[in-house]
Write a protein that binds this ligand. Structure first.
Ligand SMILES: *[C@@H]1O[C@H](CO)[C@@H](O)[C@H](O)[C@H]1NC(C)=O
Ligand SMILES: *[C@@H]1O[C@H](CO)[C@@H](O)[C@H](O)[C@H]1NC(C)=O
Ligand SMILES: *[C@@H]1O[C@H](CO)[C@@H](O)[C@H](O)[C@H]1NC(C)=O
Ligand SMILES: *[C@@H]1O[C@H](CO)[C@@H](O)[C@H](O)[C@H]1NC(C)=O
Ligand SMILES: *[C@@H]1O[C@H](CO)[C@@H](O)[C@H](O)[C@H]1NC(C)=O
Ligand SMILES: *[C@@H]1O[C@H](CO)[C@@H](O)[C@H](O)[C@H]1NC(C)=O
Ligand SMILES: *[C@@H]1O[C@H](CO)[C@@H](O)[C@H](O)[C@H]1NC(C)=O
Length: 499
């Protein structure tokens, strides 16, 4: 059969749809763990380590990230979430430059600071060749303008956004009024203004959706992190989710479980902000572990699927976990290890923000967006190796129960004391503490009601210590580990980690 050019092009197009088998569903994402990077801050193309102003472009690129994928994969991560890729305003604003990518002004162009279209495709291809997945951060709530609201030059935006009628009129948000959250401007002044798109207008919404569908298809993107989702009406989010097809986790920054739970349904998943508030408070010793337990139970009961939520200890908008002083006890790497252990075994998808493993301790934005190269990408740090172990244990535990069971099994809590808590997931019983190296009480922690049976021998996959005797009702004492976490499993399963 002879084909004319148009037919050949059509076939080529079909082939790209057919080969785009990587795009992942929520069920597939539940099995992954995600490493989050700000492209500008992760690695430069030639792997040099330039000095830079924290509010300017520092030189990180998609090529640089591609060259450092071993660093990420050897820590056991399956997926990389990168900061927004579209073109941003090129102005030195009151807050500096748009290196983070959240000040888009053209959804149809890439941000050339990070490289070319070929570079982004190459990053995606390299991830897929390694069996890894790509998540891209996307913003549909607003475009940015370096001016004050009354001075926005709408003609600078591409059609159909090149008119004021594509946007809401400027007004400051009243956070007690959901309509105002959706219709008013997230930032009005000082410049840059975040010019609020009319997401409820079908022409505008379709244009935004099509720009993202095009991005997903062109670069074989496996998942989307949707910025400022609570500022977009829920029916528009639902349409976005349906049309882009791949897994979407949306940002709804709020501590309230019922509030954030409204966004799962319209979207596959939400960034788990309610859990983050509880995690920081309990691991800093500001509240008891009972509070953390109550939040997880409430999430399991309220969200349509708590296992698809994306859980985190810190991110580009929040102070780094290691920046908190807490109650003055345990502000150390062991506390970080305990919190990360919780993150990896509570229901949901763990997300680690780049630099956690190097114990970066930047506080509020922008100092929490440090250039990664200052660390030398050291693979010998305690947290680098601990995260590698957690990733391996999570996969191993899932292989014992079967992935279907493990990634949909609710976390079971086995009680908590002043500075300890215990929880059960799959074949594991995990004992955590929030006092770090400052541990004083060395008596250990007694777990009751566990899945283990009288006489079972248990091994801790963190230290490879054994406990011989489990009593009635699954009771056993988890000896103090000098402030480290314990991950108990029946000794017959421990060989892979403790031979
Ligand atoms: C690395 O790349 C930067 C930016 O393109 C360039 O200025 C610098 O000269 C390069 N350094 C080396 C050692 O190649
Ligand atoms: C951007 O503006 C700041 C002042 O807000 C100034 O310190 C900095 O040098 C400027 N940077 C560039 C590259 O223009
Ligand atoms: C928007 O851009 C399109 C395409 O360039 C153009 O046809 C249209 O007139 C522009 N609209 C306005 C309001 O400037
Ligand atoms: C809520 O915000 C919307 C949009 O700005 C506004 O029209 C409405 O009057 C507000 N409602 C109340 C009760 O303030
Ligand atoms: C969370 O949402 C509720 C209900 O809209 C609101 O009252 C509260 O201020 C929000 N909290 C934050 C931190 O935005
Ligand atoms: C890497 O980290 C280890 C452990 O913290 C430290 O001993 C070593 O000095 C670091 N290497 C470099 C080159 O900084
Ligand atoms: C078994 O352990 C659970 C959980 O700690 C507890 O609620 C229950 O009372 C215990 N049962 C017996 C018989 O001790």
């Amino acid at each position: 059969m002879r084909l004319n050019l148009k037919q050949q092009a059509l076939l080529g197009l079909l082939a790209t749809f057919v080969t785009n088998v990587q795009a992942k569903t929520a069920a597939e994402w539940k099995e992954l763990s995600i490493y989050q990077v700000i492209t500008d801050r992760f690695a430069t193309t030639n792997l040099t380590a330039p000095d830079c102003w924290i509010r300017a472009y520092c030189g990180g690129t998609w090529k640089g990230l591609e060259r450092k994928l071993d660093y990420i994969q050897n820590m056991g991560f399956d997926a990389v979430w990168i900061s927004p890729v579209i073109h941003n305003i090129e102005v030195n604003t009151t807050w500096g430059f748009a290196f983070h990518g959240y000040w888009g002004d053209d959804p149809y162009r890439l941000n050339e600071h990070f490289g070319t279209a070929a570079d982004l495709k190459s990053l995606s291809d390299s991830l897929h060749a390694r069996g890894m997945s790509l998540m891209v951060d996307v913003v549909i709530n607003h475009l940015a303008s370096y001016t004050l609201p009354q001075d926005v030059d709408y003609s600078l935006y591409p059609a159909p956004f090149n008119t004021s009628s594509a946007f809401h009129q400027p007004c400051p948000i009243d956070f007690s009024n959901q309509s105002s959250i959706e219709d008013c401007w997230l930032v009005t002044e000082p410049a840059p203004a975040l010019v609020d798109l009319k997401n409820e207008d079908q022409v505008i919404l379709d244009a935004l959706i099509n720009s993202v569908v095009d991005l997903v298809e062109t670069y074989d993107i496996d998942g989307i992190r949707l910025d400022t989702a609570r500022h977009v009406p829920k029916p528009s989010l639902a349409k976005f989710q349906e049309k882009v097809g791949v897994f979407v986790t949306g940002e709804a920054l709020n501590q309230s479980v019922p509030y954030v739970a409204q966004y799962q349904g319209p979207l596959n998943s939400a960034i788990n902000y309610p859990l983050w508030y509880a995690l920081v408070d309990s691991f800093m010793g500001r509240t008891t572990f009972d509070y953390l337990e109550s939040v997880v139970k409430s999430e399991q009961a309220t969200f349509s699927d708590a296992h698809a939520l994306t859980n985190f200890l810190d991110n580009q908008d929040q102070p780094r976990f290691a920046s908190y002083l807490g109650d003055g006890n345990g502000d150390d790497v062991l506390r970080d290890e305990n919190a990360a252990t919780f993150l990896f075994f509570v229901s949901g998808i763990p997300v680690i923000y780049y630099g956690f493993e190097q114990r970066f301790d930047g506080g509020f934005d922008p100092v929490n967006r440090e250039p990664m190269w200052t660390s030398g990408y050291n693979t010998s740090t305690p947290l680098y190796n601990y995260l590698a172990r957690l990733n391996a244990i999570r996969k191993y535990a899932a292989s014992i129960t079967g992935t279907q069971v493990f990634y949909s099994d609710d976390t079971v809590f086995l009680g908590s004391g002043v500075s300890h808590m215990a929880m059960q997931r799959g074949p594991l019983v995990i004992v955590l503490t929030n006092v770090g190296q400052h541990i004083i009480d060395n008596t250990g922690y007694t777990v009751t009601g566990s899945q283990f049976s009288a006489g079972d021998s248990l091994t801790d996959l963190v230290s490879c210590t054994k406990v011989k005797v489990v009593g009635a009702n699954g009771t056993f004492t988890s000896p103090s580990n000098g402030g480290k976490a314990r991950i108990w499993i029946k000794s017959k399963y421990a060989g892979k980690f403790c031979s």
